[in-house]
Design a protein around this ligand. Structure first.
Ligand code: BMA
Length: 872
């Protein structure tokens, strides 16, 4: 029969066709491997206050304050002093729910899980009315296997958030003792002196800070994702640089793979599109850790800004079984980074070495960019990191009172060569030490170290911000000891458990090659020894926060004297840009003593201190707007002095991170860019003071010293030109001399006696010293100038400032010229958004320069709108 049919052509074809179908079907699982699938659950969310009836639309990721605002249930929290009337929100419980579809195909997948990237903070999560999760830490990630609970069609996800304040109060009662947390603005929260922030693993700054409002949020602050997969899932990929030299880098990709059963699996690694490594392994059911070694020939290093290209390799890693394939892509930087603490003639060094090159860290402290975190879009992050880069920074310190930042933040730092000093999220407080708390902290640390270790930008993990200092220097220790010796011992023991044990071990275990420093600031750390105060104020080692300028009202000149090994914080306040102030005030608020201006100044003596310092060096303006402008000049000049002093003292001092880069709402603060990302005077000053080549002038009692500081990796050949002139440009003294500056050094290149420059002349109050560094082509590479008297004592003449402008593709070029010495020229274009490439600068007599104003718009009457202010 078969033979018969086979002899029939038609039937033969049919037979072959059938055979083919059988073969294809039989082999299908091998040909079309299933890829994991994921779907973000970000639609159809609604929310309501627990106990109320009305469900309202909600945004996820987001938070309750923003949802209330979007539904017009509350006024803008940042406007005027609305903050006060919104404190009820954190005392309530809030419910969120949505429903999402699951189809037949999806239900066929072996595993289906819900992944919560961040829930803020205490919540119970229900899927189709079954409780699947309870959370207690906004910094942790949560994953729940949920296939058995899912059904075809709509599925209900419901989350109840419990008031972090109420739970905090319960925990405080349970503990039976108070923990210090000076920045927790419990008073604003209507809770008298009951501080509860420390009991909850939630961003400390939400409870108020000396630059931030108090908005204790609740909500789904990071994405919720439904993940579907079969057989294998890559839980983590950690690429370790085992050895690096110029010829080759040997790396290991450590796969953490979950397998549903025993599976035979192929691992593969591609580097920049080329296969670089593979391996065949038998996986057992559960979690498997598999190393796959690979090599990169002639590796390109990842460098920080100023030292080279922050080169990133494109890595593709995959795991394939007979039926399933999973592939992930990431960027990888090849670099070594070390915190070098070695005894030297001055004490003990404290600097970062990148690929063997000592790096002078130039940068600032970073706080979260909004009190409502989900508002910080990738575009906003990009602008912030761009501002750091444009100001010649190579390091940001992610400060411990905020959050472990979003991935995009670190991606941008990787891409732009910005090193990150990463604090763990503990600041200026003492914390509990019960078992549950410690376990929670440990898991939080593991989650975040594993998430962030992919980034070459991470240069250091630091245990906390100022907790150590608080204990020894702010009187915390004495207060507790007076109250109860045993309690004091317990609290300090709890401190050591977290910072000398848990976090130290998590960092060492999960982030090989990156160092851990228990607290900032700290001078000496030895796990076995208790150094106490000694470990703090010692300028011979460790890092330092110097706040004598500001809190202790010491003069800016102290920056010249107090030179630490690494300055990780110092700062001075100013008011934000005019347009920023206008956005949160009405004209009747325009008085620094008004209730609204006071509400947007969180340091108790802030305005008073700004005025005090201003009065030391400047004539204090009566006009509100002039005061705002001058506050920025004072801040810029002051911090410039600090940065220059630190850089002059390189390599003794190897870092200058001022406090702070940014704001989380519109406020008077230490920031150099305001909430709307407008550059304050300080940011322009910092850009110049952080230039790779810097000329710095130091006036001593009887002479003036001129330094050249170079972060360049090759020698600089050129000349120094010194001129002393009066405010009309009449020259009294001139000197020019050739200089050679070696790579990565600070050199005093010239010392001039006062007599030589005739500084005893009567018109010293109309005299300026100008120094420029020129290269061999006679181009100015760096310049600086100095007055010999405080600005308020100088005899200024009214400048004639002339301007011209031309439209260009990026906006406008503005040419400015001044007949006489002119101080702190501030350019603005009324009512128009845009960016000046320089601002708040001084101009020497009889000079002119061109500044760009970047704007995508054509502005009518540009010349009329262009406003020029100067100190005069
Ligand atoms: C530093 C920081 C912050 C604070 C700032 C200004 O010590 O660590 O806690 O906001 O001072 O006071």
């Amino acid at each position: 029969m078969v033979f018969y049919e086979m002899s029939n052509h038609k039937n033969l074809n049919r037979y072959l066709y059938l055979l083919l179908v059988i073969i294809v079907i039989g082999f299908m699982p091998f040909c079309s491997r299933k890829e994991p699938m994921q779907k973000e659950i970000n639609k159809n969310w609604v929310f309501k206050q627990y106990g109320k009836e009305e469900w309202l639309p909600a945004t996820v990721p987001g938070c309750v304050h923003l949802d209330l605002l979007a539904n017009k249930k509350i006024e803008d929290p940042f406007y005027r002093d609305n903050e006060k009337s919104l404190q009820w929100i954190d005392k309530e419980d809030w419910e969120y729910k949505t429903s999402f579809d699951v189809d037949k195909e999806m239900l066929k997948r072996e595993r289906i899980e819900l992944f919560f990237a961040g829930l803020d903070t205490y919540s119970d999560v229900y899927l189709n009315d079954k409780k699947i999760l309870s959370t207690s830490n906004m910094y942790r990630e949560w994953r729940v296997e949920c296939k058995p609970l899912l059904r075809e069609g709509g599925n209900d996800l419901y989350i109840k958030f419990f008031s972090p304040i109420r739970i905090g109060l319960d925990k405080r009662t349970e503990a039976g003792y108070d923990l210090k947390a000076d920045n927790d603005n419990s008073l604003m929260g209507g809770m008298e002196d009951k501080k509860v922030s420390i009991f909850t693993r939630k961003a400390p700054y939400h409870y108020g800070w000396d630059w931030g409002p108090r908005f204790v949020t609740s909500g789904v602050w990071r994405p919720v994702v439904l993940k579907l997969w079969d057989e294998v899932k890559i839980r983590d990929l950690n690429i370790i640089n085992d050895s690096i030299d110029n010829e080759r880098a040997v790396l290991t990709a450590w796969f953490e793979v979950e397998s549903t059963a025993s599976h035979s699996v192929d691992f593969s690694i591609e580097v920049n599109g080329q296969k670089a490594g593979d391996s065949k392994k038998e996986l057992s059911q559960g979690l498997n850790t598999i190393p796959v070694e690979f090599v990169i020939e002639n590796p390109k290093r990842w460098w920080c800004n100023g030292l080279g290209e922050p080169y990133l390799y494109n890595i593709k890693a995959s795991v394939t079984t007979g039926k399933a394939v999973e592939e992930i892509s990431l960027k990888h930087g090849i670099r070594t980074v070390k915190l070098i603490q070695e005894p030297d003639s001055g004490g003990k060094s404290f600097y970062f070495e990148l690929n063997g090159v000592p790096v002078f860290a130039k940068g600032a402290n970073y706080i979260p960019s909004d009190v409502f975190l989900s508002r910080v879009t990738p575009g906003r992050y990009e602008k912030i990191i761009r501002s750091a880069l444009d100001a010649n920074m190579n390091m940001l310190r992610v400060w411990g009172g905020g959050i472990y930042e979003e991935d995009v933040f670190y991606d941008l730092c990787d891409k732009n060569g910005i090193l990150v000093w990463q604090d763990y999220m503990f600041a200026c407080s003492l914390y509990p030490g019960d078992k549950e708390f410690l376990e929670n902290v440990k898991q939080e640390a593991i989650d975040n170290v594993k998430r962030l270790r992919k980034h070459p930008c991470i240069a250091l993990w630091c245990g906390n911000n100022e907790n150590y200092q608080a204990w020894y220097m702010w009187g915390y220790k004495e207060q507790y000891e007076k109250q109860d010796q045993a309690l004091a011992a317990k609290i300090w023991n709890d401190y050591k458990t977290v910072f000398y044990d848990i976090l130290l071990k998590v960092t060492a275990k999960y982030h090989k090659g990156v160092d851990y420093w228990p607290s900032s600031p700290m001078a000496v750390f030895d796990r076995e020894t208790e150094y106490g105060e000694v470990a703090l104020d010692d300028k011979k080692s460790g890092d330092r926060h110097y706040w004598g300028v500001w809190h202790a009202e010491e003069p800016f000149s102290k920056y010249d004297e107090l030179i630490p090994r690494f300055m990780s914080e110092y700062g001075f306040q100013s008011f934000p840009a005019f347009e920023t102030i206008k956005a949160y005030t009405i004209p009747s608020d325009w008085d620094i003593k008004s209730a609204v201006m006071t509400a947007h100044q969180r340091h108790p003596r802030g305005n008073q201190l700004i005025r005090k310092y201003m009065d030391r060096d400047y004539k204090v303006p009566k006009d509100f707007w002039e005061f705002m402008y001058l506050s920025q000049v004072v801040q810029g000049e002051g911090i410039k002095r600090g940065i220059e002093a630190h850089r002059r003292n390189m390599p003794y001092c190897m870092g200058s991170l001022y406090w702070q880069l940014n704001d989380c709402w519109p406020v008077a603060s230490w920031s150099s860019t305001d909430y709307y990302l407008k550059w304050k005077a300080l940011h322009y000053y910092a850009k110049k003071a952080f230039e790779p080549l810097l000329v710095s002038i130091k006036k001593n009692k009887k002479d003036t010293e001129i330094y050249v500081i170079s972060d360049l990796q090759q020698s600089f050949h050129g000349k120094i030109e010194v001129e002393v002139m009066d405010f009309n440009g009449k020259l009294f003294y001139r000197k020019s001399l050739p200089v050679i500056v070696e790579p990565n050094v600070s050199r005093m290149v010239l010392r001039i006696e006062d007599g030589e420059m005739m500084l005893s002349r009567p018109d010293i109050k109309r005299t300026v010293l100008s120094v420029s560094l020129k290269n061999e082509d006679n181009m100015v590479c760096a310049a600086n100038h100095l007055f010999y008297k405080p600005v308020k004592e100088l005899k200024w003449s009214k400048p004639r400032i002339q301007t011209g402008f031309a439209k260009n593709i990026d906006g406008y070029s503005v040419v400015i010229s001044c007949d006489v010495m002119t101080k702190s020229i501030f350019l603005s274009v009324e009512g128009e958004e845009g960016f000046f490439t320089d601002n708040y600068f001084d101009m020497l007599p009889g000079t002119s320069r061109t500044i760009e104003f970047h704007t995508p718009k054509t502005i009518d009457n540009f010349d009329k709108k262009l406003k020029i202010t100067s100190y005069y």
